[in-house]
Write a new protein. Structure first.
Ligand SMILES: Nc1ncnc2c1ncn2[C@@H]1O[C@H](COP(=O)(O)OP(=O)(O)OP(=O)(O)O)[C@@H](O)[C@H]1O
Ligand SMILES: [Mg+2]
Length: 516
């Protein structure tokens, strides 16, 4: 009897329908099976795993040849998640398994040679896609139960062994549901409070503005001023993710294969890739396609520490992503769109020794060294950060003042209130509009006449780009939301301009230049 089993393939963070079709091949006495449907090496190897797993689970296929097709046959299949579906389809065709409903059951899992099920990458993306295609039931490896428990509207069964899956499909045994299994509580993150950071009030204010309006932030300062410390406290200044955001964060984490469910479920992600990261590691790539750091940080924070040390091509590849909030990967045989809208925070020193522009320390770099260091970050990248702040060194007197300023909870409450105001205004303004991004004209409507004049004068004197003009408008809006006022007035524009003063230098618009 021919059999079809429903499974899926993963591309980036999206899953696609794959059907495993098995049919006996008459006239070929050689036992075993042939695999077709553009399988990559990892899928072709499933012949070895499936054959051994069947035998070691006590199933003997008849002395016959089978054809196994992974449909649609013109899409490349990679990964090890097809093993279980292939084994079930073979057993069904051979008459060794009599499933009562395969038409609406997603079957996923890698098999060990001994017949045990191993976890697979992208379980959550696969389950969500299957649910959207109308499949009501799934069988996944027990090790992936934590991901399965996130979809309460789908019956997700978990299994340890191929033998148990067959018994379940035959109606001889039960398999536990993922949400009935004990899922370990997410590990708590170290409590990092903003009040641990002494002084640096301008930078703290900039963090609050960044969290409220999702503005990119660049911090420039000498070594040991607290840049890294501040950036690590940013996720806790943002509101807790909504259930949809949390599901999206978990789906991305599950598709990466590098983050476990516990970590993915403990709130907004914070990703701080090392500066040696390649372009593919940063924006995504490889075969099979995996999400990069900018996608793993979606709805959270991407921290680019020591910005000038990053590879030039890796940084430049972030340019379109910073504007569109997504990564579009186009290949001859594959197209994928990965969500990528984290809050991007970067930190750098003003020069290689770190003390250019400091009053109490002498900068030992030659002008040439300083120029080379700064030119590693291009002007267009710097232009994409809405907020630029210069951090001074913290002196001992500040330490003696005791804990500085508001704690993270107080700042988060203000951020939540500001975001709510922005959400309500956005909903009002969007009525009858086709695009979600507000135009410059729409943004400037909320400004008073004196505020608009100040903005235009500042643009002129600082020689800013039109992108910076949009950034100034958006930051002014956020500042008004934080202040709880309806109109954007001169204090908001004046503060927004403060965050672009480091742009003043004409040479390469590096924020570090202004202070030397
Ligand atoms: N403002 C501050 N308040 C309290 N502690 C601070 C502050 N700045 C720095 N420190 C202390 O110094 C350590 C180093 O700070 P941090 O790593 O944030 O510096 P940085 O500005 O990132 O330096 P670098 O440019 O070398 O990366 C922190 O772990 C903390 O102990
Ligand atoms: Mg640092």
């Amino acid at each position: 009897m021919d059999a079809t089993v429903r499974t899926g393939s993963l591309s980036g963070v999206e899953a696609h329908d794959v059907r495993v079709e098995v049919s006996p091949v008459r006239g070929l006495p050689l036992p075993g099976f042939d695999l077709v449907g553009l399988p990559e090496a990892s899928v072709r190897e499933s012949r070895v795993r499936v054959t051994a797993a069947l035998r070691n689970s006590g199933f003997e296929l008849p002395e016959q040849r089978f054809a196994v097709n992974l449909a649609p046959a013109d899409v490349r299949k990679a990964g090890s998640s097809f093993d279980l579906a292939i084994a079930v389809a073979l057993l069904h065709t051979a008459g060794l398994c009599a499933p009562n409903r395969l038409h609406d059951t997603l079957v996923l899992g890698e098999l060990s040679l001994g017949g045990h099920l191993r976890p697979v990458r992208g379980v959550l993306a696969q389950l969500r896609s299957a649910r959207d295609r109308g499949l009501a039931r799934a069988i996944i490896p027990a090790a992936d139960a934590a991901w399965g428990s996130l979809l309460p509207d789908m019956r997700v069964h978990c299994a340890e062994r191929l033998f148990d899956v067959v018994a379940f499909l035959n109606g001889e045994a039960k398999l536990p549901l993922a949400d009935a299994l004990e899922v370990p509580a997410p590990p708590t993150r170290d409590a990092l409070d903003l009040s641990d950071v002494r002084g640096q009030y301008t930078a703290k204010r900039a963090l609050e503005v960044a969290a409220a309006g999702r503005h990119g932030l660049l911090m420039v300062g000498p070594p040991g001023a607290g840049k890294t410390m501040l950036a690590r406290r940013l996720p806790d200044l943002m509101p807790a993710p909504s259930p949809e955001e949390q599901l999206e964060i978990a789906t991305i984490a599950s598709s990466s294969g590098w983050v476990n469910a516990g970590v993915a479920l403990r709130g907004r992600p914070f990703r701080a890739p090392h500066h040696s990261a390649s372009e593919a590691a940063l924006i995504g790539g490889g075969t099979p396609l995996r999400p990069g750091e900018v996608t793993l940080a979606h709805h959270g924070v991407l921290f680019l520490d020591e910005l000038p040390e990053f590879r030039r091509n890796a940084l430049e590849s972030l340019r379109p992503v910073m504007e569109s909030g997504e990564v579009r990967i186009v290949r001859a045989r594959e197209r994928a769109c990965l969500p990528a809208a984290p809050l991007i925070v970067a930190a750098m020193n003003p020069c290689p020794c770190g003390f250019a522009g400091e009053r109490k320390r002498v900068c030992r770099c030659t002008p040439d060294q300083v120029d080379r260091y700064r030119s590693r970050v291009s002007g267009p990248i710097l232009d994409r950060f809405d907020l630029h702040v210069r951090l001074p060194p913290v002196d001992v007197a500040t330490l003696e003042d005791g804990p500085g300023g508001d704690g993270s909870a107080a700042v988060r409450a203000r951020v939540e209130a500001a975001r709510e105001l922005a959400r309500q205004r956005h909903a009002r303004e969007q009525v009858g509009r086709a695009t979600a991004t507000p135009t410059l004209e729409l943004l400037s409507r909320r400004l008073s006449q004196p505020a608009l004049r100040l903005l235009h004068r500042s643009m002129d004197s600082l020689g800013l780009s039109l992108r910076a003009y949009g950034a100034l408008l958006r930051v002014s809006h956020t500042l008004a939301d934080l202040a709880g006022v309806d109109a954007v007035d001169t204090p908001q524009v004046a503060e927004a301009v403060q965050y672009r003063l480091l742009d003043r230098d004409g040479r390469n618009r590096s924020p570090a230049h202004a202070s030397c």
